[in-house]
Design a protein around this ligand. Structure first.
Ligand code: PAF
Length: 280
């Protein structure tokens, strides 16, 4: 595996690849089986598989966990080497951002809903770094997890709107045995807390069953989900949403199995913010 740390080296590496297909998985490190499944998918579909590991400061708000975000670069390198990554781009912040930078990629509609309401700068930070990484790596396909549903939807929109010749491949959420979605932030939880965090998935499954059973009233479904989550001490709800996957607007009534629906939530569990969702 080649490790590249600078933009200059990366562009040189990229200029030598003329005929092979490149699959790209951007990450912020603290890699887990969810990340590795994205890479495995990229390896199945592309000739060359590359990964970036970059803790993007631009997508963290002032009171968020940038300084404590889990980092273990040596472990990450071992893991991606084992799954057969060809190139890892591991830049410093100075390689990606310049103090004089005066441009950002912003989106004004979908990015203001759901996660965007709680984290107003988050998606502009994500879209800006992903656009820069796309410009540098110039992949043919890029792999994103469905766990970050709104991020995936926004990146798909960015690629369409900005005419990037890149195919975005959505990948299934990988879960612990008890249903907890894998996330780098799970490292903040001890084993008992991880076990208890199963209520998040139980609440999502409860909603799915009600909808399949014909329940149309979203308020009733959300109330039931809230009860399941709050049955476990230590949980606070940030939001629970049942939204149209195209507009990310809430579906108030007339929920139906025939509509593309995203059931998503963000909760605080002992101050750790966790998100999860299911698509129906
Ligand atoms: O999902 C993530 O890990 C990040 O938001 C991403 C896409 C790597 C951008 O920093």
């Amino acid at each position: 595996m080649i490790i590249i740390k600078t933009v200059h080296e990366l562009l040189k590496w990229r200029s030598l690849i003329t005929t092979k297909s490149i699959g790209f998985t951007p990450t912020m490190g603290a890699l887990h089986d969810g990340h590795l499944s994205l890479i495995q998918q990229s390896k199945k579909q592309c000739d060359i598989s590359c990964v970036s590991i970059f803790l993007n400061p631009l997508q963290f708000g002032e009171n968020e966990d940038l300084d404590s975000y889990p980092q273990n670069i040596n472990e990450d390198i071992k893991k991606i080497e084992q799954v057969g990554v060809d190139m890892a781009f591991i830049p410093t912040a100075d390689e990606i951002y310049n103090k004089q930078d005066s441009f950002m990629v912003t989106e004004n509609i979908l990015s203001t809903r759901l996660e965007g309401e709680s984290r107003p700068h988050f998606f502009n930070g994500v879209l800006t770094v992903v656009a820069k990484l796309f410009n540098l790596v110039q992949p043919h396909s890029a792999y994103f997890g469905m766990k970050d549903a709104q991020q995936l939807i926004l990146i798909q929109k960015m690629v369409q709107n900005m005419k990037y010749p890149i195919t975005i491949i959505p990948c299934e959420t990988i879960r612990e045995k008890n249903g907890l979605a894998m996330s780098s932030r799970n490292q903040y939880l001890n084993q008992t807390q991880r076990n208890n965090a199963k209520v998040i998935y139980s609440a999502l499954m409860y909603a799915k069953e009600l909808i399949i059973g014909g329940e149309k009233d979203s308020q009733k479904i959300k109330e039931g989900m809230k009860k399941i989550i709050l049955s476990m001490p230590g949980f606070k709800i940030d939001y629970i949403s049942i939204a149209d996957t195209n507009t990310l607007l809430e579906i108030e009534d007339n929920i139906s199995i025939n509509k593309e629906t995203l059931i998503s939530l963000a909760v605080f569990f002992n101050d750790v913010r966790l998100i999860d969702n299911i698509w129906i």
